[in-house]
Ligand binder design. Structure first.
Ligand code: GLA
Length: 385
């Protein structure tokens, strides 16, 4: 599958631009646990996946930028002095990155780019970070800038924050750039450091189930959630002056000052504090190879996202409930920002067939639509092919 994709991207680049490209693969990400904790300076446990975008890129001697998306079959032309928001979304992810490199004063020139892949677009695996971090990595390579991976991740995140306007955290770009086969990363989103944890048990599979639902709501509600977390922090700062984010908050602190909180804001904050604790505990489960306990924490994470953080959707809940009823499923939860997109489930290898069958049936029966279900694994971060 991958070879075909690489060939398709290379060929359309060569046909359009009449030159030889550099080829890169930029993966989507999975997240085992730790949702909506990254922008609260907390912990997350993501990895890069075997679903990826392939980029064909070449530097230009002038400042023109010619961009081509295979998935949308659309061309977009601009130049470094006239970057502007487009009516399509995909050029903005690329332009946002070019914009950040310019603002940071890096010496880049124009580029020709063709890209496309099999990361579900807007599906909760962060196709957007795959675009942004992929281009950041490519620019670093093409213009020999010698930037480290963390700097690239931060530039990609800023591109999304400032050019696209979603106040996303660092998780997606970080995981996309630092991924390793068979390993997930526990990222400390305050100190921007990570530790790898092996996640390649032969008896277990990671399954992604895509609702096929894409909701624009995700970005506006996402920014609302961030704001609610900040409101909670401001209340507690009156009592704990050194407090910077929900990372510094315990459930006891929240309980003590509950009366001063708007109940919705309180619920949001309680979720984040609990989810952070769950990531820590889930990592301890991994060290003990206790996947039963790990799966239960995924389950609790879903309930928190559904009931306290309120970013799940009927379709996501349906998939999680159907998964939980299948014997041999250790845990299942919605993944990513929410409102649409996909779930992630941890399943014994010998239960995969039953899993796929029951979910497909349940989803079709209740929604009239097909869910896309596939097994994935932790894989490499962005790399030159
Ligand atoms: C999106 C954002 C991430 C993170 C997740 C929720 O994927 O881009 O930064 O906040 O949602 O965990």
């Amino acid at each position: 599958m991958m070879e075909k994709l690489v060939e398709a991207v290379r060929q359309s680049f060569e046909k359009k631009f009449q030159r030889k490209p550099l080829l890169l693969a930029s993966p989507g990400r999975i997240n085992l646990i730790g949702e909506h904790t990254d922008y609260n300076e907390g912990f997350v446990l993501p990895g890069a996946t075997d679903r990826c975008l392939v980029f064909a890129v070449a530097a230009r001697a002038d400042r023109r930028c010619r961009l081509y998306s295979l998935d949308f079959d659309q061309d977009f032309a601009t130049d470094l002095d006239h970057l502007h928001r487009s009516e399509w979304r995909w050029p903005d992810y690329l332009q946002g990155v070019l914009d950040q490199f310019l603002k940071a004063g890096y010496n880049i020139g124009g580029v020709d780019i063709a890209f496309g892949g099999n990361v579900p677009i807007g599906g909760g695996m962060s196709s957007s970070a795959a675009v942004e971090a992929g281009l950041a990595f490519a620019l670093n390579h093409l213009f020999d800038l010698k930037l480290d991976l963390l700097t690239l991740a931060l530039l990609a995140q800023k591109a999304e924050n400032e050019f696209v306007g979603l106040r996303c955290g660092i998780m997606d770009m970080y995981a996309n750039l630092h991924g390793r086969p068979g390993q997930v990363l526990k990222i400390d989103c305050r100190h921007l450091v990570h530790e790898y944890y092996p996640f390649d048990r032969p008896e277990l599979r990671i399954i992604i189930s895509d609702t096929g639902v894409r909701r624009e709501l995700a970005s506006s509600e996402y920014n609302v959630r961030r704001h609610q977390c900040e409101q909670g922090v401001r209340i507690l700062q009156k009592y704990y002056p050194g407090l910077k984010s929900l990372r510094d908050v315990s459930l006891e602190m929240l309980q003590e000052h509950r009366a001063e909180f708007d109940p919705v804001v309180w619920k949001r904050c309680a979720y984040v504090v609990r989810e952070n604790n769950r990531v820590e505990l889930a990592c301890q489960d991994l060290l003990r190879h206790d996947f039963n306990s790990f799966g239960l924490r995924m389950q609790e994470s879903h309930l928190g996202l559904r009931d306290e953080y309120e970013v799940s959707s009927p379709e996501l809940n349906l998939l999680v409930e159907a998964a939980s009823a299948v014997p041999g499923v250790l845990g299942s939860r919605m993944m990513g920002a929410g409102f649409g997109g996909c779930t992630i489930s941890l399943v014994y290898a010998d239960a995969v067939e039953a899993f796929v069958e029951s979910l497909a049936r349940a989803y079709q029966g209740r929604t009239g639509r097909a869910a896309t279900i596939y097994v994935t694994q932790a894989a490499d971060g962005v790399k030159v092919l």
